[in-house]
Design a protein around this ligand. Structure first.
Ligand SMILES: Nc1ncnc2c1ncn2[C@@H]1O[C@H](COP(=O)(O)OP(=O)(O)O)[C@@H](O)[C@H]1O
Ligand code: SF4
Ligand SMILES: [Mg+2]
Length: 377
């Protein structure tokens, strides 16, 4: 297909002198597609950029392709087509080539129960990136000092280094995961639904911890969530994803308060059940936002193989043989869109740059409006 490429969201083509100039992208997706074994098109011509020192949010319901973006950004998977770069250079092939790049990326995944090896002590879990990347402080007494300092920095001062993650609640485990993500002093932090499996009462503590870390360490941050309200608090720029496509991008607050794409509006209207606005977000199974074009949730990054677990990264998915979601030339949201017309079913809407800041892929966008916090116009 021939989508117009937006210049914002840190897209690779942005440069000095262009309207909407953004810093160069540390991680850039340039027309990236990913088809899993079994035929599932998880990403379809995605162009995105994480600006150096900036923050980018990916938001969308389950199955929209967010975790696939994360897997590609971590170097766990390769695109089927398109170009993926880190600081302007293509991702190297092979584990050895990826190692220096991975050293620069810390990550926090959705489920701290899955992402921390229950057989490892907290000391070993947190120090592991130092050992893998042969950084100082990975072993012996030095490791005790470094790990204790890192745990204190994430709100776990005096933690027993010889205890196991199972001693901690979900929030405590996620703090341990954050300590581990930060201990190697990465330049990029990738968070894939880091609060989705936590009690509401601890969600904002963890978000604040991540935001403090980002500010203090000048990290570039890629933050993934299904919660449009949350993303507005966390990142500068948002890309809304649906069915493997980016359907709208722009400044987080603008996208949240005045969406132009009907899917963004639907996402705004379908807030999580535990949100003060009190309506439901269909995340798994049936619901108003269960996808027609998109597949079901593949959950967080799948479990690690021994080898990649040892490297601190989960394994490539086994390829469950999913089928469907052909890359048809129509609007991916047409079957659910209240504004759909014949053209939407016959033609794929290109990305339209509304201005230097915002783009959307829709033939009949919503009029500009301001929504109140409760969703009323
Ligand atoms: N290992 C895999 N094999 C086949 N299909 C997959 C695999 N992982 C994810 N998918 C499919 O790719 C699509 C995008 O999934 P994912 O990136 O996990 O979305 P999200 O994180 O937004 O929920 C879904 O249709 C999902 O079922
Ligand atoms: S292109 Fe058509 S179907 Fe797609 S979101 Fe816009 S109005 Fe709806
Ligand atoms: Mg996911």
């Amino acid at each position: 297909m021939t989508a117009h490429l937006p210049s914002q969201a840190g897209a690779p083509a942005a440069g000095p002198g262009r309207a909407g100039f953004q810093p160069p992208a540390v991680i850039a997706f340039d027309r990236v597609s990913k088809r899993y074994r079994g035929g599932r098109l998880a990403l379809d011509d995605v162009t995105l950029g994480l600006p150096d020192g900036g923050s980018l949010g990916l938001v969308g319901e389950s199955g929209s392709g967010k975790t696939t973006c994360v897997r590609l950004a971590l170097g766990l998977d390769r695109p089927t087509s398109g170009r993926l770069t880190f600081n302007g250079a293509a991702y190297p092939a092979g584990r050895g080539g990826l190692r220096p790049l991975r050293r620069q990326i810390g990550f926090v995944l959705q489920d701290p129960y899955d992402s921390l090896d229950p057989r490892m002590t907290i000391r070993d879990v947190v120090a592991e990136p130092l050992r893998i990347h042969r950084l100082p402080g990975g072993r012996g007494r030095a490791a005790d000092r470094v790990v204790a300092g890192q745990l204190a920095a994430v709100g776990l001062p005096g933690a027993d280094l010889r205890s196991y993650p199972s001693r901690y609640s979900g929030g405590g485990r996620q703090r341990i995961a954050i300590a581990r993500a930060l201990i190697g002093s990465p330049s990029v932090l990738i968070c894939d639904e880091p609060t989705s499996s936590l009690d509401v009462s601890v969600q904002s503590q963890i978000v604040n911890l991540l935001l403090d870390a980002r500010r203090e360490r000048h990290l570039s941050m890629l933050f993934v969530t299904h919660d449009l309200d949350l993303i507005g608090r966390v990142v500068d720029t948002v890309a809304v994803m649906y069915g493997g496509r980016v359907v709208e991008t722009g400044p987080a607050e603008l996208i949240r308060r005045s969406p132009r794409h009907p899917y963004t509006r639907a996402l705004h209207d379908a807030v999580p059940a535990d949100h003060p606005r009190g309506r439901r977000l269909a995340s798994r199974g049936a619901g108003p936002l269960e996808t027609a074009g998109a597949g079901g949730d593949a959950g967080a990054v799948p479990p690690a193989s021994q080898d990649e677990a040892a490297a601190g990264y989960p394994a490539e998915p086994g390829g469950a043989g999913l089928t469907g979601a052909a890359a048809h030339e129509s609007c991916i949201f047409a079957s659910r869109c209240p504004r759909a017309q014949d053209r939407c079913r016959d033609e794929r809407p290109p990305m339209i740059e509304e201005d230097a800041l915002r783009s959307y892929a829709c033939f009949f966008p919503l009029p500009e409006e301001r929504m109140a916090d409760d969703g009323r116009v």
